[in-house]
Each structure stands twice: as C-alpha cells, then as structure tokens.
Design a protein around this ligand. Sequence first.
Ligand SMILES: NC(=O)c1ccc[n+]([C@@H]2O[C@H](COP(=O)([O-])OP(=O)(O)OC[C@H]3O[C@@H](n4cnc5c(N)ncnc54)[C@H](O)[C@@H]3O)[C@@H](O)[C@H]2O)c1
Length: 266
Amino acid sequence: MHHFGNPRFELIRHDVVEPLLLEVDQIYHLACPASPTNVVGTLNMLGLAKRVGARFLLTSTSEVYGDPLQHPQVETYWGNVNPIGVRSCYDEGKRTAETLTMDYHRGAGVEVRIARIFNTYGPRMCIDDGRVVSNFVAQALRKEPLTVYGDGKQTRSFQYVSDLVEGLMRLMEGEHVGPFNLGNPGEFTMLELAQVVQETIDPDAKIEFRPNTEDDPHKRKPDISKAKELLGWEPKIPLRKGLPRMVKDFRQRIFGDHNEDIASSA
Ligand SMILES: NC(=O)c1ccc[n+]([C@@H]2O[C@H](COP(=O)([O-])OP(=O)(O)OC[C@H]3O[C@@H](n4cnc5c(N)ncnc54)[C@H](O)[C@@H]3O)[C@@H](O)[C@H]2O)c1
C-alpha cells in the first residue's frame, strides 16, 4: 500500500493459477495459498521465467523438512513428511515446487534460486490467519487467552521480516541456486513465545491449552551456516526486539490507535 504513489511501482491483480504474460527480469514468487494450487502457480511462474529469460526465486519453506529427525535442519536433510496428512498439501506442494524449479533449471536452463523460509513475523501480517505469533499478539491485545496447542513444548524459530527480505534479495542477486535456509536460529518453545508476548503486551494474559493438530512438528531450528558463508547473511533482529514493532502495528490496526505514534515521536 505504501508504494502506491511511487511511479516505479505497478500493481497487477492476478491469480497465478492463470498464466501471465509480462516482460520482467526477476520473479520473486511468493504467492501461495495453503492448497494444492501452490503447484500450478509455481509452474506458471516458471513458464513465464523461461519465456522471458527472467531469474526465478522460489520461496519454499521449512515445512519441506516435515517433522524433522535431524536437529537443527541443514539443507542436505531430505525431511520427514507425511504425504497424506492434514498438512501435506502445503508441505508436499512446496516440495513439488522445489522439484519443478530444479527441473526448469536443469532442463530449460532457467536461472533459479530457492529459499527455505522458517517462521517469519512482522508488521502488516494478516491478523487472523492462524499463525502462532499473530494469534498470540492479537489475543493478548484483545484480552483473550493465548491458545497453546498440545503441551507447548514444541519449538519454532522466529525471524523478523526485514531480515528475511535482506536474505531474499542477497539470494536473488547472488550466484548460488540454493536451497538456502533463511531463518533465525533463536529457538523458542510455544510456552516461551507466550511468555515473551506476555512480557511485551500484558503480563496478566492467560494461557489456554488446546489439543494439538495432527503432524505438528516437534522441533524446528535452521542451520544457517550455508547462507552465512555463501550469501554473507544472518538475521540481526532477535524476537524481543522485533515483537514490539509488530505489536505496535497490530495495536493500530485492531484499535485504530494512533496515540502511540504521537507518544513515540514526541
Ligand atoms: N511467513 C512465513 O513464516 C513463511 C514461512 C515459510 C514460507 N513462506 C512462504 O513465503 C511466501 C510468502 O509468505 P507470507 O507469509 O507473506 O504469506 P501470505 O499468505 O501473507 O501472502 C501470500 C500472498 O499470496 C497471495 N496469493 C495466494 N494465492 C494466490 C494466487 N493464486 N494468485 C496470486 N496471489 C495469490 C495472497 O493473496 C497473499 O497476499 C509464501 O510462498 C509462503 O509459503 C512463508
């Protein structure tokens, strides 16, 4: 939205499931519903990259590692994914997207880049799409209990969005295909995350336990040695620094509260 006034910015509303004809040099392929159409959209964008000779960057995911048997996860690990579970259309969709990307690279000479993104959070995220950080933040702000699925001991690593953007741009502009893990190696259990949200927003926020979803990975933590070495990249913003920035944005969107801005600029 904040780019609308920029003459070098153009927004085209288009469903990537339908083919698209454009003249472009680079494609950052981020569009992805959590459904099998993930694959069709990737195929169309690879087709576009092939036709116009553009460099194509796939935003894959740590979900390709499934419920990992190796910890932390390195890019050479092939993963442990249930092909018929409730989460499979996303996990297997991205695995297929990686396969297609490599096949277009090997078979048609398309220049490709693959990023495996670990949980990312930040301002302007969708408030109610069910991801854990946005859930907790919105719940704490609305004075609702923080819902923890299972025993809360499963771990995730949380990356602030500007660190990811820097990593994606370095990957696109660099010489290496990947895949590269892009994530913050700081590892938190869901209960620890809930505590950080309590510290940041409301120390009295209650925690409510719910039955866990099927195939929820027990542990997630990226090994980012490859990105450090070949892209010269590592995240700079720890959770306790990034979360308040997201909270400020969520507070404004949920309550339309602009007083904070005035207070912080005074
Ligand atoms: N945020 C994360 O933690 C994370 C982690 C791993 C991978 N990723 C990947 O990074 C990419 C971006 O993630 P995000 O968190 O910004 O997701 P998001 O859901 O916030 O954004 C995805 C965007 O894709 C658009 N989209 C969906 N289907 C489309 C279609 N058929 N045609 C055109 N646009 C379509 C949606 O409208 C939305 O704006 C996705 O590919 C996601 O799988 C994200």
